[in-house]
Design a protein around this ligand. Structure first.
Ligand SMILES: Cc1cc2nc3c(=O)[nH]c(=O)nc-3n(C[C@H](O)[C@H](O)[C@H](O)COP(=O)(O)O)c2cc1C
Length: 382
């Protein structure tokens, strides 16, 4: 515990050398923190959430600026997954960041979030095999580490459909994919984002490379742990070189089985290796979707030199502050509660009731279930 606290204080660049007093050094959700270039006033953040409301060409919807701006009190807003290329899309109406129209669309959003005092990191999400050609502009076969389908049905314009057998990327195409991430990161910064979060979690392309049941490659991107981790490390290095490590974050979800993945018995070792390799890059943050392997969380915490964001999906409200207070995390991001409560920060601070998340309006549609969730103030008719 003492070691964690010291680690934590080191990260906060505290220069005060007075010995810590019992009870005086516990970080709370309401303590400020510097992450990358951002001065955050508390330890909450908005986790990335796909809402499938973009135009068919990937330009964000006009309502999206309002949706995020309503939630600017969360401080750091991590956007929904945004495809870095047309091959990176899998779901209907997700936004992109690879054309001039995308950049102009996002500029309105980032400007509006900044005007409201928030920061915004754009999540770069390449879905790999988690794709249905009917949902993409080019209708091509999805790409993946290997030609192994996820066997997960997906919503399309004609209803639920199977995801097809993907095509294995060639080694040359992997190089092009890394460049797509790099160029998309630069585009996100041009669009006014404070940084980008590389999506290496939840069953999408980069995690597909981690999982032996999705990656049977025999080149330098398949086989042993270091090969399976290689693409994520190369993407992170390319993005950090392009836009700066202080503008680069990365999200991982050790042991997630989303998208049909099974990372096998070496999963924890792979993540220890991955984080050891990423640590010297000094990225703005590591964002961990935590599955409950506490030993791994402790190890990654010790190995990671900058901010650690930890989200425990579906945790109880009384457990929200736990990791920050125990020194295991610096920030506790929230997803569905933030979706349903634009004033979630006030509600958590004051202990107020939360609006329920309407699952029928999560994806697609217009303002309903997007920009019309009430705040405490609007609910009271003020
Ligand atoms: C509607 C919805 C869309 C999501 N889309 C994404 C996404 O685009 N990228 C991502 O990394 N996670 C996504 N997630 C996962 C969340 O970021 C988060 O990890 C998960 O919902 C657990 O947090 P919670 O218990 O606070 O909801 C999504 C979650 C929801 C509810």
């Amino acid at each position: 515990m003492q070691q964690q606290r010291l680690h934590h204080n080191k990260f906060n660049a505290t220069t005060d050398t007075t010995p810590l007093q019992p009870g005086h050094d516990m970080t709370t959700l309401w303590d400020p923190i510097t992450v990358g270039n951002m001065q955050l006033s508390h330890r909450l953040a908005m986790a990335p959430m796909t809402r499938s409301r973009a135009h068919p060409d990937g330009t964000p919807n006009e309502l999206t600026a309002q949706y995020y701006t309503q939630r600017a009190s969360l401080g750091l807003i991590i956007t929904e997954g945004v495809q870095p290329s047309d091959d990176g899309q899998g779901y209907m109406n997700t936004p992109g960041i690879y054309t001039e129209a995308h950049i102009q669309g996002w500029k309105r959003i980032t400007t509006s979030i900044h005007d409201a005092g928030g920061y915004v990191f754009m999540q770069l999400m390449h879905v790999g095999r988690m794709s249905q050609p009917d949902n993409t502009p080019h209708h091509r076969t999805p790409v993946a580490p290997s030609a192994i389908p996820p066997r997960v049905p997906m919503f399309t314009p004609t209803g639920m459909q199977d995801t097809p057998i993907p095509r294995a990327l060639t080694t040359t195409e992997i190089e092009a994919t890394i460049q797509d991430f790099r160029i998309a990161a630069a585009a996100a910064i041009r669009a006014g984002a404070d940084g980008v979060e590389i999506h290496a979690a939840n069953g999408y392309l980069l995690q597909q490379f981690f999982a032996p049941n999705a990656n049977e490659r025999t080149d330098t991107y398949g086989g042993p742990i270091n090969n399976r981790a290689r693409l994520a490390i190369e993407v992170a290095t390319a993005v950090a070189t392009e836009v700066g490590p202080e503008r680069t974050g990365i999200r991982i979800s050790p042991n997630s089985t989303l998208g049909g993945l099974d990372e096998g018995p070496e999963a924890a070792d792979l993540y220890r290796y991955l984080v050891d390799q990423l640590a010297p890059l000094n990225l703005a943050y590591l964002h961990l979707v935590h599955d409950g392997n506490e030993e791994l969380l402790g190890d990654l915490r010790k190995a990671w030199p900058t901010a650690l964001l930890v989200i425990r999906p579906g945790r109880a409200r009384e457990d929200l502050a736990m990791d920050v207070e125990q020194g295991l995390a610096d920030i506790a991001p929230i997803a569905s509660w933030a979706l349903a409560n634009p004033d979630i920060v006030d509600r958590i601070r004051s202990g107020a009731e939360l609006n329920k998340c309407d699952r029928t309006t999560l994806y697609g549609g217009g303002a309903a279930g997007y920009t019309d969730y009430p705040t405490l103030e609007t609910a009271a008719g003020r």
